[in-house]
Write a protein that binds this ligand. Structure first.
Ligand SMILES: [Zn+2]
Length: 757
């Protein structure tokens, strides 16, 4: 009688089953973490049939008082309620109140005394500053000029309407305000002025400068989480009609189309502007350095009004100074001409004249390639000391040469990288309008991820931008290896990426580097570029000019790729686990015609003889009692007549020619001391000099989170194994990544051998 083979197979596998699958393992779908899909947001990650977003349109008259560093504004907001809800009141953001005398921001900082502090840090911490910041709200009125009840809670203002605003209706109201502009170099602000003592001038970068509507959405209701200073903004889209009055000799640019160019440009400027529209290789100066140097020597007391109009933007910012040099260059994006623009004081040259505008142009092409064609008509890079900050169509960037005009590679690449990053923010979050206040990684992580690709493009498209000795752009973030110091750090100072920005330690690593590196790993190692890029683009296009949430991103990446990534989101975004995968050991086997002792015992326990069971091919391990020296040096077919007979009985001579009988058999055991599941990328090297690269998908860990084994059969002896040979998985401990273990001679051993010699 013959016993079915499955009986024995079951007995062999029972141990694996005990370790096995539970409903709580690392491959469990994210049902508990994700919100339930609904009519607003679908399970596929796309906007649903009932998706809505609110609209806030602004008409503003602004005046910049350069003598007193003061700004005044009168704005009319028209708010459209596209939600199905009835709104009893509106919430308006007053970000400048972070600088008010009664601001609570400084009070939430845990601040001891340190033995070293920068001069500006010292001034802010220890010297009493009488600066009176924050909005002075002069009036809040309806369109008939009737005052509206309002209440200010720190950086948020509740405005009460005479009647609730029903679905589909609009409400208009006006706010009159002013505030003192802060020195952003001293106070570390995202907005303010820099003072230049040599010529007694200021350069203004003005943002968060007007009361702005809060977002009301299906996800949060009102997003009116206070502005403490770190986590950025959540803003609805709308149209902006903004008239800005500044000293006549100021140069100004900002969000939106300039509507009165002929009034504010000189004839020369207009001519140069027409030339810039045709120049695709080199920037054209609209205002030259000598003109800017002449302008900064005098101060006009006349005024000039610049009129800007922006459609479908989530914010508005502008810059103004008599110190500015201004250049522009056209760039083709998807068949449309976009203007790449830079403004900088002479202190930025020669670096800024050479590289700012070209970097803007390169960035627009790279980010458009990864998402959608840049939809606005211009993108501006403004040079401002210590700044890296983004607004629609305009951003502030650092990178200043020494006084003598010389600059280091570090300054040059730093300047290019910050421009790439901040211009890139036009895509995330200015157009793909995520909630920065809640999810820093959705704009910073995604922007930093594409930044790496854009930096590499820049090196390729503008080889002159690279310093001698560099054949590619030296990116600081992106490659997996660079995240290892963070991932292997003290767990007390690491939070999951899915944490509100305000509350994370190591902000830069948490919200910028780690999500960017994770996406890079998905693109390069786990999904491959083609699948990843299609899915990433799908996310960008689905949520262009809308408000996505993390789930919308996670779901779309799977929806467009048929790649189950819940395990990756779970590990990389929701935990602080790290990768550590290695080779635990290698066992060598020989084929035999005789069973091992364990099999003999199993058969005996059932009261049977070996001859009672079906013929098997047996594998015995070298170095165990079952192993016989006589097996060594013989071929597999010589050692197993059973196998030979099976092949002769079941295959034609022609078919047998296609069969490669292998003579070397191994069990390779991989261990995973790290908490993250990841693919195992392995390079096997054989005695005949051949190498084989195999990637076992992460799902190999689904039954056993600690160790897994693979059977290897080869025609040549296995001589070495390397796990993750190209360092793609951010493995924090590579001491277990090779077999045989790399013998590293200790210093003491080295010392001993040196003495002997
Ligand atoms: Zn950023």
């Amino acid at each position: 009688m013959f016993i079915s083979a499955s009986v024995f197979a079951q007995e062999e596998q029972s141990k694996d089953r005990e370790l096995g699958h539970t409903n709580n393992n690392k491959f469990k779908q994210l049902y508990d973490e994700f919100s339930t899909p609904n009519m607003f947001r679908t399970a596929s990650g796309a906007p649903g049939p009932a998706y809505y977003q609110q609209k806030a349109d602004y008409k503003m008259d602004i005046e910049l008082d350069d003598v007193n560093a003061k700004i005044t504004g009168f704005e009319t907001i028209t708010y459209t309620n596209n939600s199905p809800d009835i709104l009893q009141y509106l919430w308006v953001q007053l970000d400048q109140n972070k600088r008010a005398k009664d601001s609570k921001s400084p009070l939430i900082e845990d601040s001891g005394v340190s033995s070293m502090v920068t001069p500006s840090g010292f001034v802010n911490k220890y010297i009493s500053n009488k600066f009176d910041g924050g909005f002075k709200i002069q009036e809040v009125k309806d369109i008939n000029g009737k005052p509206l009840p309002h209440f200010i809670n720190s950086t948020m203002m509740r405005v009460e309407m005479p009647e609730p605003l029903v679905s589909g209706e609009k409400y208009s109201f006006s706010i009159k305000w002013w505030y003192n502009i802060n020195n952003h170099v001293d106070g570390r602000g995202r907005s303010g002025y820099e003072y230049f003592p040599e010529d007694d001038n200021r350069a203004y970068i003005i943002a968060q400068f007007f009361p702005r509507m809060a977002v009301y959405s299906d996800v949060e209701g009102w997003q009116h989480s206070q502005f403490w200073g770190r986590d950025e903004f959540a803003l609805p889209f709308g149209d902006y009609e903004v008239n800005i009055t500044v000293p006549e000799d100021h140069i100004l640019d900002g969000t939106g189309k300039l509507m009165n160019r002929k009034e504010v440009f000189t004839k020369d400027m207009l001519k140069r502007y027409e030339k810039a529209k045709e120049s695709f290789d080199e920037p054209v100066l609209i205002v030259t350095q000598s003109e800017a140097e002449a302008a900064e020597k005098t101060k006009s007391n006349k005024k000039k009004t610049w009129k800007l109009f922006a459609e479908n933007v989530r914010d508005f910012a502008f810059t103004s100074s008599r110190k500015y040099i201004w250049d522009m260059m056209a760039v083709k994006v998807g068949g449309k001409d976009v203007m790449a623009v830079s403004l900088y004081a002479k202190d930025g040259n020669p670096l800024w004249g050479e590289w700012s505008t070209k970097t803007v142009a390169s960035t627009l092409k790279s980010y458009s390639r990864m998402t959608f064609d840049y939809p606005y008509h211009k993108a501006i890079s403004v040079h401002a000391k210590n700044q890296g900050m983004e607004y629609p169509m305009i951003c502030w960037n650092w990178g200043r040469p020494n006084k003598d005009g010389k600059y280091t590679d570090r300054t040059k690449y730093g300047m290019m990288s910050v421009i790439i990053h901040e211009v890139g923010h036009n895509f995330f979050p200015m157009i793909i309008n995520s909630d920065e206040r809640q999810w820093t990684w959705m704009d910073e992580g995604l922007t930093t991820f594409v930044q790496y690709i854009a930096e590499q493009d820049m090196g390729e498209w503008y080889p002159d931008a690279l310093s001698p000795g560099h054949d590619k752009y030296p990116s600081r973030r992106g490659p997996a290896e660079k995240i290892i110091p963070y991932m292997s750090g003290d767990q007390d100072f690491i939070a999951p990426i899915m944490t509100k920005g305000l509350n994370t330690h190591q902000f830069g690593s948490n919200a910028y580097s780690k999500p960017a590196t994770g996406l890079n790993m998905l693109r390069e190692t786990i999904m491959g570029q083609e699948l990843f890029d299609y899915a990433f683009k799908t996310y960008a296009q689905r949520w262009m000019f809308k408000h996505p949430t993390p789930e919308d991103f996670f779901r779309t990446m799977e929806d467009a790729s048929a790649f189950d990534l819940d395990w990756f989101w779970r590990g990389w975004f929701y935990t602080t686990d790290y990768t550590d995968i290695g080779v635990k050991g290698v066992n060598k086997y020989y084929v035999s015609n005789e069973p091992n002792q364990r099999m003999k015992d199993i058969v005996a326990r059932r009261g049977l003889k070996i001859s009672d069971i079906a013929p098997y091919v047996y594998l015995v391990e070298e170095g165990t009692n079952d192993f016989k020296e006589s097996l060594r040096g013989k071929s597999t077919l010589e050692n197993s007549p059973t196998l030979n007979e099976y092949l002769m009985d079941n295959f034609t001579p022609a078919e047998r020619k296609n069969i490669e009988t292998r003579n070397y058999f191994y069990k390779v055991t991989f261990e995973k001391p790290g908490g993250l599941v990841m693919p195992i990328i392995v390079e096997y090297k054989y005695a005949d000099g051949t190498k084989e690269r195999v990637t076992y998908p992460a799902q190999i860990w689904r039954y056993n989170d600690n160790e897994v084994s693979k059977a290897i059969a080869s025609t040549s002896e296995l001589v070495s194994i390397i796990v993750d040979p190209d360092k793609e998985t951010a493995d924090i401990d590579t001491s277990n990544n090779s077999w045989p273990k790399e013998i590293k001679q200790s210093r003491f051993d080295q010392f001993k051998s040196e003495i002997k010699n």
